[in-house]
Structure formats: C-alpha cells, structure tokens
Design a protein around this ligand. Structure first.
Ligand code: PLP
Length: 229
C-alpha cells in the first residue's frame, strides 16, 4: 500500500466511525464523545485524524503517551490516559494529560492531585469499575465507588467526572446486564456530584450496545486506526 492509500483508508475509517457514533447518539438522544484510542499508532496518524476534526485522543502507556503529547504540542488536542497506572508513574500522567480514566485507589488519586502542576486546570478523573469482577483486572467493585468518589471530590486539583469500565469478553445478554449496572451506578453518582457527567464505556466491538445502555464516551481504537502491531 502506498502512503497515500493508507492515509485515505485512515480518513475513511475515521469518518465511518464518526458518523456511526453520531447516528447512534441521535437515535438515543444522548451526547456521546468519540475518543480516538491511538496506542501503538504514530503521531502522524493522530495528526491526520485531528485534521478531520477529532479533538480527543487516548493513550495507554505512560512513556509512549508522553512522547506523543510532546510531539503534538502545537495541536489543540485533549489527551486522555486510559491505561493502568502504577504509583511510581503518576507524575508524568499528572503533568501531561487532561483526563485519567483508570483511577481505582485513594493513593493514586492523592498522588495525581499532589503532582498536578498549579498552572494547569484540575485533572479530570474517572473511577475504573471492575464490572465483570475479573481477578486480574484493575478497577474497584461497584459497592466501593462511593468511598473513592468522596476522596477524589475532596482533592482541589482533581475533578470527578464519572465512571469507566472494560468488561470481560461476554455474550451480548451478559454484556448488556453489566452495561446497565454501570449506567445505574453512574446515575447514582451524578445525583451526588454536580461535576459528574461522563460514563466511559464501549470500544470498537461493543460501542453500539454501550451507547444503547447510556454511555456518554466511547473509546475506539481498531475501528479507526486499524490493527495494532
Ligand atoms: C485499547 C483500548 C481501547 C480501544 O480498543 P479497540 O478494541 O481497539 O477499539 C479502549 N479502551 C481501553 C482501555 C483500551 O486499552
């Protein structure tokens, strides 16, 4: 494939995803933000999608993410961190990103707050919920949301925006049950905190169902950028 062909494909895939998300959002009378998940894809590919009007991008790995944020500093991009965070890696995340989707303990929230530079607006935070109760996965149980939310909301340099989940591979009926449980938890949190407005739920394979179940932000990688290496 020539560069021009691959670039045309990228733009076409992006436009198709964008219009599908738009259609679903209208159908369910809901505002849905499309987050382009650019992990393992180049700064060049990000710049091309940005040129099509895409504003929000997400990265999973701290160093790779920081490199791209720096390389694309001249563009007006909102950067989301969606990977697991270890406590010794909170500083670069607090310094370079606008949002973090994967906060699942007090200690991480505390460090992100303490390390957020004063000149930047507060870091937008989502609590990751381990909705499928997978042993190996990060995230907290639904029952533990209230305590962590209270801790985050008390931090001056964090803004609690909502919840995020990565469900286990499930059949559609089970997935729907879990998405609905997330939506209920989100509504409860929203009733308590006026800053809460975001439910980050749905990826390339399940974004239509997630929107049907009340997602306000979908994280799409493969359907836009193609397969990762
Ligand atoms: C990689 C990733 C995505 C995007 O997944 P695709 O299936 O490529 O759309 C979404 N969310 C998280 C947390 C991811 O790590």
């Amino acid at each position: 494939m020539t560069d021009l062909e691959s670039s045309n494909n990228l733009v076409q895939r992006y436009q198709a995803v964008h219009s599908e998300v738009d259609t679903l959002a209208k159908q369910h009378q809901q505002a849905v933000t499309l987050l382009a998940v650019s992990k393992k894809h180049s700064a060049q590919a990000i710049a091309e999608i940005h040129q099509q009007g895409q504003h929000c991008f997400a990265e999973n790995y701290v160093q790779e993410g920081v490199d791209k944020v720096s390389a694309l500093e001249h563009l007006d991009i909102e950067w989301h961190f969606i990977g697991p965070i270890q406590s010794n890696k909170t500083r670069p995340v607090a310094e370079h990103f606008d949002w973090v989707h994967t906060v699942d303990r007090d200690k991480i929230a505390q460090r992100l707050n303490d390390q957020r530079p004063d000149e930047r607006s507060p870091l937008n935070v989502l609590i990751q919920v381990n909705i499928s109760a997978q042993e190996s996965k990060s995230g907290i149980a639904i029952d533990d949301i209230a305590a962590l939310a209270k801790h985050i909301a008390a931090q001056p340099k964090l803004t609690l925006r909502g919840l995020m989940c990565i469900p286990a591979p499930l059949d559609e009926a089970q997935l729907k049950t879990e998405f609905n449980a997330m939506h209920d938890a989100f509504n409860q949190l929203k009733a308590q905190y006026e800053t809460v407005d975001t439910l980050s739920m749905g990826m390339s394979g399940d974004c239509a169902l997630a929107i049907e179940c009340g997602s306000t932000m979908v994280r799409i990688g493969t359907a836009i950028f193609g397969q990762r290496n």
